[in-house]
Design a protein around this ligand. Structure first.
Ligand code: PLP
Length: 382
């Protein structure tokens, strides 16, 4: 019997309806043309697929199709947004702000920019994982050109109030970038209302394939960023390279489907997540990490005090979960997100991330509860 997959925050399986859409663009009898080929029908039909997907993304995000830039994923979108905005605006100022609980793809961009003559203010999140708007307000300066803060955290699922944080940036004349890789398709993202200038998303977090993403770049007011990839001038010069048509159409279809079933998905997944929590909350030393309610419905980040997280993961052979974020699972460092929230090294090392998704069933949750209870009892006995 395969272990139950409870690592939907790391990645999701591709939806069958999305695979069907992608297959229309793969193979000799499909629309395999280069979407940039302007001189024949093969190119036009591929381009039509790309533009349909762009329309789907723009509809879900409530933005203009010209504000949607295809990338290879949220890592690239974050790089393009952060480095691109920092360099395009460096004559106006060299001060940037982010938080210590961001994804590595954001943290590493800012660390690199520090070596290139930029000054970075690193905000610590509150104990509940959220960034305090007052702390942002205090950090903003006249020469602050960019703030980057995530919508929901990939490890804890804790949701930042991007409307309030963005308003502070806007009234300071500072660009606001949001890494929304965890929230696209899971929470409403209305860019006609939100004061967000740049927004990253990644297809494989919402039941579409790996290797494709989007950077939203606002046109009103006009947001200037410098391209990081140079070549054929694709994507209005912001991101050169032949578009992976099948990936792009898959992303568009998946985001549209996720938006259509968002309410029923989050109600169902949230109820299962709560059931899982209720099944393990009374175990000795168990504690919930992060804000109890301002949290994505599928996330559960739990500390098992006194138990080593890696030993626990080995004992949890019936469920596929993650200790901290997948990107650091090769090393034994405690989660930088949990330590940023002020949790001790020991507490962080005893914490696990369980994340539920569309395919999770009640039976899966029952099996997970049983496995966790047995493992915790076995490991606390000695
Ligand atoms: C998954 C994730 C990323 C990285 O996205 P890729 O498309 O895998 O490069 C970045 N930020 C957050 C918050 C994520 O969850």
């Amino acid at each position: 019997m395969k272990p139950v997959y409870l690592d939907y925050a790391a990645t999701t399986p591709v939806d069958a309806r999305v695979i069907a859409r992608m297959l229309e663009f793969l193979g000799e009898d499909a629309q395999f043309g280069n979407p940039a080929s302007r001189s024949h029908g093969y190119g036009w039909l591929a381009e039509e697929g790309v533009e349909t997907a762009r329309r789907q993304v723009a509809d879900v995000l409530h933005c203009d199709v010209r504000e949607v830039v295809w990338t290879s994923g949220a890592t690239e979108s974050n790089n393009l947004a952060i480095k691109g905005a920092a360099f395009a605006n460096r004559e106006r100022g060299r001060h940037l702000i982010t938080a210590t609980s961001e994804h590595k793809a954001v943290l590493d961009c800012f660390r690199w920019l520090e070596t290139k003559g930029f000054e970075v203010t690193w905000l610590a999140p509150q104990a509940d994982g959220r960034v305090d708007p007052e702390a942002l307000k205090a950090a903003l300066r006249d020469d602050t050109t960019l703030v980057s803060l995530m919508h929901a955290n990939n490890e804890t699922g804790v949701i930042n109030d991007i409307a309030v944080l963005g308003e502070l940036c806007r009234s300071n004349g500072t660009l606001f970038h949001v890494d929304a890789a965890q929230t696209a398709g899971r929470l409403l993202l209305d860019l006609s209302q939100l004061p967000v200038d740049l927004l990253s998303l990644s297809a494989h977090k919402f039941y579409a394939p790996k290797g494709v993403g989007v950077l939203y770049v606002r046109r009103h007011p006009d947001v200037r960023i410098e391209a990081q990839m140079h070549g054929g001038g694709h994507e209005r010069g912001l991101r050169s390279g032949t578009l992976p048509t099948h990936q792009v159409v898959g992303l568009g279809e998946a985001l549209m489907l996720a938006a259509q079933q968002m309410n029923e998905d989050s109600l169902r997944i949230g109820a299962l997540r709560n059931q899982l929590w209720e099944g393990i909350a009374d175990l000795p030393g168990v504690q919930l990490n992060g804000h109890p309610t301002q949290r994505l419905p599928g996330h559960l980040n739990v500390a098992f005090s006194g138990i080593d997280g890696d030993l626990l993961i080995t004992a949890l052979n019936q469920i596929a979960i993650s200790s901290g974020s997948a990107c650091t699972s090769a090393s034994v460092e405690p989660s930088h997100v949990l330590t940023a929230m002020g949790l001790s090294r020991e507490h962080a090392l005893s914490s696990l991330r369980i994340s539920l998704g569309r395919q999770t069933t009640k039976d899966d949750v029952d099996r997970a509860i049983k496995n966790v209870c047995l493992a915790v009892h076995a490991l606390t006995k000695r």
